[in-house]
Design a protein around this ligand. Structure first.
Ligand SMILES: *[C@@H]1O[C@H](CO)[C@@H](O)[C@H](O)[C@H]1NC(C)=O
Ligand SMILES: *[C@@H]1O[C@H](CO)[C@@H](O)[C@H](O)[C@H]1NC(C)=O
Ligand SMILES: *[C@@H]1O[C@H](CO)[C@@H](O)[C@H](O)[C@H]1NC(C)=O
Length: 223
């Protein structure tokens, strides 16, 4: 599939890609199933998940460089990510034994659990001392890509079964994010951005694993 994803990923290009990818998925969604091959869906998904993870890593890096304060680490403990309750395979063996549908459900669950925190992150970024436009743009692109990716995962899952209506884990950091204490707010955002990087990395790794399994029948090197 000739997606223009090899272009340099400046924010402008990202936005254009976002829009064109969204259109692509929508195109997929509106066509009778079977129109776009499962292979293409996996290829698009991996492109999206890879780019999303890179953006989240950039975001984390920028936040870390700008706002990291070593006194946090001394006086506060990083809380577990809000998605920690979603079980994910703990070993290579477990990953290989996990069914594709269960993987997809887990990935969709993680992605849903990020909807609200990403919205809050985007509204919090402009209030940061010396906030950069770049950071806000990245956060916006991560959110949009996460949506597009979620749509893609749902399309792939719907090829095998109907999805369920179980709840998604909620993020409980809102009070801290609204704290009058700047250190508390920064620390909360630091943790959130750290978790975002971790989860987008997970989704990317699972997508690559599933593509390897479903498209190449496991005849590939796992990334
Ligand atoms: C780090 O945090 C401490 C206490 O929370 C504060 O006094 C100090 O100014 C902060 N340092 C930087 C570089 O922001
Ligand atoms: C998502 O994960 C949580 C925590 O394990 C679980 O309670 C919930 O049912 C899951 N939701 C979906 C839609 O799978
Ligand atoms: C993200 O999507 C929203 C609408 O859903 C749009 O207004 C916004 O411009 C998009 N932002 C980026 C950076 O792609």
């Amino acid at each position: 599939m000739p997606l223009a994803l090899t272009l340099p990923s400046s924010a402008g290009v990202c936005m254009l890609l976002m829009v064109s990818n969204l259109l692509l998925w929508e195109h997929v969604a509106s066509k009778p199933s079977g129109f776009v091959s499962i292979e293409d869906l996996y290829y698009r998904g991996v492109d999206q998940s890879h780019a999303t993870y890179f953006l989240a890593a950039d975001l984390y890096h920028e936040f870390d460089m700008k706002y990291f304060n070593s006194s946090w680490i001394k006086y506060r403990t990083l809380s577990p990510c809000h998605t920690a309750s979603i079980h994910t395979p703990q070993s290579r063996e477990e990953a290989h034994e996990t069914k594709t549908e269960d993987f997809l459900k887990t990935m969709i669950n993680i992605s849903h659990a990020w909807e609200e925190p990403l919205k809050l992150l985007i509204s919090a970024v402009p209030t940061l001392p010396g906030a950069s436009d770049k950071m806000l743009k990245r956060a916006n692109v991560v959110r949009n890509r996460t949506r597009v990716l979620q749509e893609g995962m749902k399309i792939i899952l719907s090829r095998s079964e109907e999805s369920e209506n179980d709840p998604y884990p909620a993020w409980s950091g809102l009070a801290d994010l609204q704290s009058p204490d700047e250190d508390t707010r920064l620390f909360t955002l630091y943790n959130l951005v750290r978790c975002l990087k971790r989860d987008t990395h997970k989704i990317d790794a699972y997508f690559k694993l599933l593509r390897c399994r479903e498209v190449f029948k496991n005849e590939c090197f796992t990334e």
